[in-house]
Every structure is written in structure tokens, then in C-alpha cells.
Design a protein around this ligand. Structure first.
Ligand code: PMV
Length: 334
């Protein structure tokens, strides 16, 4: 919703990378080392309202509780960016509701900053197109640049640092929605991670001898993945996604000291995915900065994949996602 007083509400969904973003070349501008490719989901939405106020400070409410400390600072810094772009100084009230688990490697920062960027830009009177919004969302969380758009999305690494890098590093949709895959999200742990993806990325790029080789092969994966999406080859998409994710985890495991998001429960799900493939089911896994596993399969196989994963035991529950839409402003509710 928009009004003269400067208020807007936006809705955005998380996205899961099939070719991962892992490592920044410029930390202030959030410029990645490599380009990435994702699928926007239709579950675990974030809804965010931003209202410009005449109060003395930003007030941020997250799932019904006032945000404090680093969570508050991160959003305040992001609003400072929006204010600088808009030439405004007023503070804001931000109310955010997350449908899914937060900080558990389920892309809550992607949906969160995509919704915040969309709502804040409108509330502060900025008129940004999709590309500019995705560049803005990138500054909150790199992966958020991709949640501005629906379906299959690429985020271009871009070229150069600073201003040039900022202008060339944006996301855009690439079509392929007719592939209509399912992503069975196997939740083995809902609690927030203890090492942030930002810290883990920094440690990995700086200390893992596997980082450079992974980044180089990820650039090849990216090109191959674009071709696989263009020809609608879900098996190839899954194969590339799985090896790219396992490679990313190899770079974390070989950081010094090693960082491990995978748990025995993650490995149990990976075993189940392998068993499904041995049975002739198209199923491939990807894992982000957390122990939860996402299984890519066809819409028709999703129920069987979910049942197989759930039969592993009480430690795992599933939610099935399909292709979802980009970030949107919600109509006026006032
Ligand atoms: O943008 P961040 O800080 O949420 O980092 C995302 C990192 C991964 O989820 C592991 C990979 C990705 O491309 O989303």
C-alpha cells in the first residue's frame, strides 16, 4: 500500500540457489565472486510494512517482537541506504512477519531483504525498476537480489568494484517456468545457525585451498546450468545443482578452521535421495548454509519424494514448494 504519509507493504518469497553464491569480492557493495542461478519458491513468504515516521529512531518489529542488537542494526543500515538514495532523513517503523524458519539456511534473508527493499523504496518515494530494486536488495543480503523476481533467476556477478560493480551486479529472470519442478524442503533443524553465512563466506574465501577451484568450476556450472534451463532438462539441472552445492560445502569443510553446516540428519536425507535415484526417480539435493536439504524433483514425484524423506524418522519434516512469484507491493489495506 502507498500513501502520502509514506507507507508500503511488500510480500516476497525465498529463493534457493541451484548454482550457489558463495564468496564476495567486495564486502561493502555485496559484490559476489561468481554469478548464481536460483529458483524462487511459493512457500515461506515474508511480509513487510515500512511506514515513514517523525519519530527519533527506526522501530523494527520482527514476528511480533521488537528487534534489537545486530538484527536492528542491519535493518537500520539498510534503511540508511534507502534514505540516502531518496534524499530523505525521516526514520521508519518496520513490521515484518516471516512464514518460515529464520536463519536456518532456508533463505529467510532473501525473502526478508527483497520485501524490505520493495516496501522501503516505495515508502520513501523512490521509483525503482526491477533491476534497480534487485541491486538495492543485494545490499541487504546478496541472495535477496534474486527474490525480486519469480521463477528461475540469474544474478550476474558483474564487473569491477565500487560503483561499476554496483551497476553491473543485478538479478534478472530467465524463463523456464514451464519446467514446473517441485522442491521438497526437508527440515531437520529449525533453529538459527550459529555461524552467519556472511562470516562463513569470509572465512572460506580467505582460508580454504578449495575455494578458488570451486569458484572456477562454479562459473562453468553457471554456463551449463543456463543451457540446461533453456532446453528444459530437469535431470541436468538437478545434477549440476547437486554437485555445485556439495562443492560449496567442501570449501567450507576445508576452511581453517573448518565450518560444517551439514549434520548426520542432512546426510541421511542425502542417502535417501541417492536411493530414490537408484529406483529411477529424478531427485537431486541442494543444501545452503544450514543442515536442511532441498530435493529437486518433478511435480508428479513430489509426494513420493516427501514420503520417502519423512519415512526416515521423526527428525525430519517436509514442505513442498513450487515455482513462486517475484516481490510485490500489496494493495492498500488502510
Ligand atoms: O545472501 P546470503 O547471505 O543469505 O547468502 C546466501 C548463501 C547461500 O544461501 C548458501 C547460497 C545462495 O546462493 O543463496
Amino acid at each position: 500500500s502507498t500513501s502520502a504519509t509514506g507507507e508500503a507493504t511488500a510480500l516476497a518469497y525465498p529463493n534457493i540457489a541451484l548454482v550457489k553464491y558463495w564468496g564476495k569480492r567486495d564486502e561493502t557493495m555485496f559484490l559476489p565472486v561468481t554469478s548464481s542461478l536460483s529458483m524462487t519458491l511459493d512457500i515461506f513468504a515474508t511480509t513487510t510494512t515500512v511506514r515513514v515516521t517523525d519519530g527519533p529512531a527506526d522501530e523494527i518489529e520482527f514476528n511480533g517482537t521488537a528487534a534489537t542488537g545486530s538484527a536492528h542494526t542491519r535493518i537500520e543500515r539498510f534503511l540508511d541506504l534507502v534514505r540516502a538514495k531518496a534524499g530523505r532523513t525521516e526514520r521508519a517503523t518496520v513490521v515484518t512477519v516471516n512464514d518460515g524458519p529464520t536463519g536456518a539456511g532456508l533463505a529467510s534473508s532473501a525473502s526478508g531483504f527483497a520485501a524490505l527493499a520493495t516496501a522501503a523504496a516505495t515508502a520513501y518515494g523512490l521509483d525503482l525498476d526491477g533491476r534497480a530494486l534487485s541491486r538495492l536488495a543485494r545490499r541487504g543480503s546478496g541472495s535477496a537480489s534474486r527474490s525480486i523476481f519469480g521463477g528461475f533467476v540469474v544474478w550476474h556477478a558483474g564487473e569491477g568494484d565500487g560503483e561499476a560493480g554496483d551497476l553491473s551486479s543485478y538479478a534478472e529472470p530467465i524463463g523456464g517456468d514451464e519446467l514446473d519442478p517441485a522442491l521438497v524442503v526437508a527440515v531437520v533443524n529449525q533453529t538459527a545457525k550459529t555461524v552467519s553465512s556472511r562470516d562463513a563466506m569470509r572465512a572460506t574465501t580467505q582460508t580454504s585451498p578449495f575455494y578458488r577451484p570451486w569458484a572456477e568450476s562454479s562459473m562453468l556450472d553457471f554456463d551449463e546450468m543456463r543451457r540446461a534451463v533453456a532446453r528444459g532438462d530437469l535431470a541436468a539441472i538437478g545434477e549440476i545443482a547437486e554437485r555445485n552445492a556439495l562443492g560449496m560445502h567442501a570449501t567450507m569443510l576445508t576452511a581453517r578452521p573448518g565450518i560444517r553446516y551439514l549434520s548426520p540428519h542432512s546426510l541421511a536425507v542425502l542417502d535417501a535421495v541417492q536411493a530414490l535415484r537408484a529406483d529411477g526417480v529424478l531427485a537431486y539435493a541442494t543444501i545452503d548454509a544450514g543442515p536442511n536439504v532441498k530435493v529437486l524433483c518433478t511435480r508428479a514425484d513430489a509426494a513420493r519424494v516427501a514420503a520417502t524423506v519423512e519415512s526416515l524418522g521423526d527428525f525430519v519434516t517436509t514442505r513442498t514448494a513450487h515455482i513462486g512469484p517475484g516481490a510485490t507491493l500489496l494493495p492498500d489495506t488502510a
